[in-house]
Design a protein around this ligand. Structure first.
Ligand code: NDP
Ligand code: PYR
Ligand code: MG
Length: 423
């Protein structure tokens, strides 16, 4: 970023007052009567009702439309382990996106935990008062153990966004990009740089969608994850292949697809030059991708290029996933976000990209045209149709797969993030 853009980003967060979120009141508080209902003595009535039946928390508190965004700051974007406090702008940012795109209230919680177990215990102890828990920017491999334990211990959806949100959006974009490139997932040769939270989940979901594990070469800091390595954790070991390739240079030669979920600037001009015709490059590290899109396009005019950023075409970023997935899950009071719900979200996102783009989206992006093709493989986050389609698909999948505690919402499809209660 230029110095001017860096300053603009700091000013945005600092002025006119610090931070990006605020709490608002939803009931009148002007009179003594109002206060006697909102607080003492009136507040005792819902307390008694909830003590009698915990389900009443959905009726008398904001629980049903409230998600906790929880991090330990151990993998903040691609910036690394900078700790809980430094993660707060990102977690507030996730809250902004929950509210802006899906009308979901959220509070960020940054946990200073000395171990995965301490983190699990902290979250498990507060879980009951939320509608859902969005885990964010927790590094691998700890994130896998943390998420699994919390899914098992909690009766509300627990979703590690960097794993599943990223994987859902990547899979949707990938299916479209390969289609545009005249290729298919089941025969594509895929290189994944990174073997952490996002990378492992993305490759797992691509395999569920039709990619062949033997066509995937994954790399971590030590190079190619191959069957001869003895330093692999169980998650990386799932992707170990028999190969004599050892470096990114070896692996990328002739590859159809590059997925970067690793660190900035790790893909060189030589790497992209050596890829197969019509290469698909998802350089998804934030804020600075594995290769700059301008450089990628200059070297490979035939590339289908995506990044995690808002300021270039094809934003493959979990912002297209978590607000809408939680919307659907909350609205049917799902006990978890299962594979069926994730796959439903993939297809809703993928299919929407193939429809004509509304004028207000073009205006928001200052474009005359966005048409399904190399520069438009996935919808943009401001597309209101996401709120209509993705929660509906997720909610239906939750009902069909038996994890919904309420029927498919009668007020669906949703038309506005300001009107999500169906009142
Ligand atoms: N666009 C999007 O929506 C999203 C993008 N991301 C991006 O993905 C990246 C990873 O995030 P996440 O999975 O949560 O983090 P993790 O810490 O869980 O994983 C990071 C992975 O990157 C690997 N890595 C780091 N540096 C290098 C390197 N020089 N060469 C090869 N591999 C390297 C690490 O290797 P090792 O295992 O050896 O340490 C590790 O496997 C971040 O940059 C983040 O911004 C994440 C989520 C969403
Ligand atoms: C987008 C996101 O969640 C990340 O880069 O970590
Ligand atoms: Mg993240």
């Amino acid at each position: 970023m230029t110095d001017a853009k860096k300053q603009a980003a700091l000013d945005y967060h600092a002025k006119p007052f610090p931070g990006k979120l605020s709490v608002e009141l939803t009931k009148p508080t002007a009179s003594a009567r109002d206060l006697s209902l909102a607080y003492s003595p009136g507040v005792a009535e819902p307390v008694r009702e909830i003590a009698n039946d915990p389900e009443n928390a959905y009726l008398y508190t904001g629980k049903g439309n409230l998600v906790a965004v929880i991090s330990d700051g151990s993998a903040i974007l691609g910036l690394g382990n900078l700790g809980p406090l430094a993660s707060k702008p990102v977690m507030e940012g996730k809250g902004v996106l929950f509210k802006r795109f899906a009308g979901i209230n959220s509070v960020d919680i940054e946990v200073n935990a000395e171990s995965p177990q301490a983190f699990i215990d902290t979250v498990a102890r507060i879980a009951d008062t939320w509608g859902g828990i969005n885990l964010e920017d927790i590094k691998a491999p700890e994130c896998f153990e943390i998420e699994q334990a919390l899914v098992e211990q909690c009766s509300i959806p627990v979703f590690h966004d960097d794993q599943h949100g990223t994987a859902i959006v990547t899979a949707a974009g990938m299916l479209n990009a390969l289609d545009i490139a005249g290729k298919s997932l089941d025969s594509a040769r895929i290189v994944c740089l990174g073997a952490g939270a996002a990378a492992i989940a993305c490759m797992k979901l691509l395999v569920s969608c039709g990619a062949h594990p033997e066509n995937i070469v994954m790399l971590d800091r030590k190079g190619v994850i191959h069957s001869g390595r003895e330093d692999l954790n169980q998650y990386k070991a799932m992707f170990a292949v028999e190969t004599d390739k050892r470096t990114l240079t070896d692996a990328i030669d002739g590859a159809d697809v590059f997925v970067g979920l690793s660190g900035p600037g790790l893909m060189s001009a030589e790497h992209i030059r050596s890829m197969a015709p019509n290469p698909v490059v998802f350089a998804c590290t934030n804020p600075d991708p594995e290769i700059h899109p301008d450089l990628a396009r200059e070297i490979r005019p035939d590339v289908i290029m995506a990044t995690g950023r808002s300021d270039y075409p094809n934003q493959v970023n979990n912002v297209l996933g978590f607000p809408f997935i939680f919307r659907g899950a909350l609205d049917v009071r799902a006990t978890r976000i299962n594979e069926e719900m994730k796959v439903a979200a993939v297809h809703a996102l993928k299919d929407l990209a193939r429809e004509p783009v509304p004028r207000d989206v073009l205006e928001a992006y200052e474009m005359d045209e966005m048409t399904f093709g190399p520069n438009y493989i996935i919808p943009t986050p401001v597309d209101i149709r996401l709120l209509e389609r993705v929660p509906a698909a997720v909610a239906q999948a939750a009902v069909d797969s038996g994890v919904a505690r309420k029927p498919y919402p009668s007020h669906y499809p949703l038309r506005s993030a300001e009107d999500v209660y169906g009142i």
